[in-house]
Write a protein that binds this ligand. Structure first.
Ligand code: SAH
Length: 227
């Protein structure tokens, strides 16, 4: 009897906690994301659904729904929620799409994408982060995310071409292999610029064999490193 009561209490506490987090996500979407102009319903839904607090270190859980990036160890960061939403919206993700991400980090951007598209392939250069993200995504039951440790400069040829490519580390130039692995009609979003300086988020579109590039907004990402 006592233990049943105890379990009930734990259950109630846990569901209050879960409710709190989902409430925080609703506020995050309204105050940080919709307020800055993101409109795509599938993107907003995904941002309301993915438990961001499960992608940050345990001592950062209370800041998980704040309006900024957070450290995730190894000198890396999980991007600001708005930037994740913006980058997801701009590639115009569809349920049939297969998307390549460079810079898995915590796995959060991959999880957001996986709520919308059919398959997500994601590459991380730091093996420890790659392993942590893979087990985190498996624990959260994200079955359509495929993680590997490698230098993302070369893309992931086996599964190419991709409908979209999302790069979450700042490169000095756009890696040619990534352009090659983009489908006709595909879109890539990538921060370009020198490390630790303001970079420009660039949209790259491949259409009728031509490459169109447009600068979208100044951003600050961790550097794209090489093996
Ligand atoms: N998308 C991540 C943000 C990670 S920050 C998230 O949602 O949490 C960028 C990540 O890119 C870092 O983890 C860094 O280690 C990784 N990275 C940097 N250069 C890379 C490269 N050449 N190939 C693959 N990953 C790289």
């Amino acid at each position: 009897m006592k233990s049943a009561l105890f379990l009930l209490l734990i259950g109630a506490l846990f569901s209050t906690q879960t409710d709190n987090f989902s409430k925080k996500r609703v506020e995050m979407v309204k105050n940080q994301i919709q307020s800055r102009g993101v409109k795509n319903a599938a993107v907003l839904d995904a941002m309301r659904k993915v438990p961001r607090h499960r992608f940050v270190p345990s001592d950062k859980v209370s800041d998980a729904y704040g309006d900024g990036p957070l450290p995730i160890g190894y000198g890396q960061t999980i991007s600001q929620p708005y930037i994740v939403a913006y980058m997801t919206e701009i590639i115009n993700p569809k349920p049939v799409h297969r998307v390549l991400e460079i810079g898995t980090g915590s796995g959060y951007q991959a999880a957001v994408l996986s709520e919308i598209v059919s398959e997500v392939y994601t590459i991380e250069i730091v093996d420890e982060l790659s392993k942590q993200a893979a087990s985190r995504l498996a624990n959260l039951n994200y079955k359509n995310v495929h993680v590997k440790t490698a230098d993302g400069y070369y893309g992931w040829k086996e599964h190419a071409p991709y409908d979209a490519i999302v790069v979450t580390a700042a490169a000095e130039h756009v890696p040619p292999s990534l352009i090659e692995q983009l489908k006709e009609g595909g879109k890539m979003i990538i921060p370009v610029g020198s490390p630790f300086m303001v970079q420009e988020l660039m949209l790259i579109e491949k259409s009728k064999g031509k490459i169109r590039t447009s600068a979208k907004m100044p951003v600050r990402f961790v550097p794209f490193t090489r093996k």
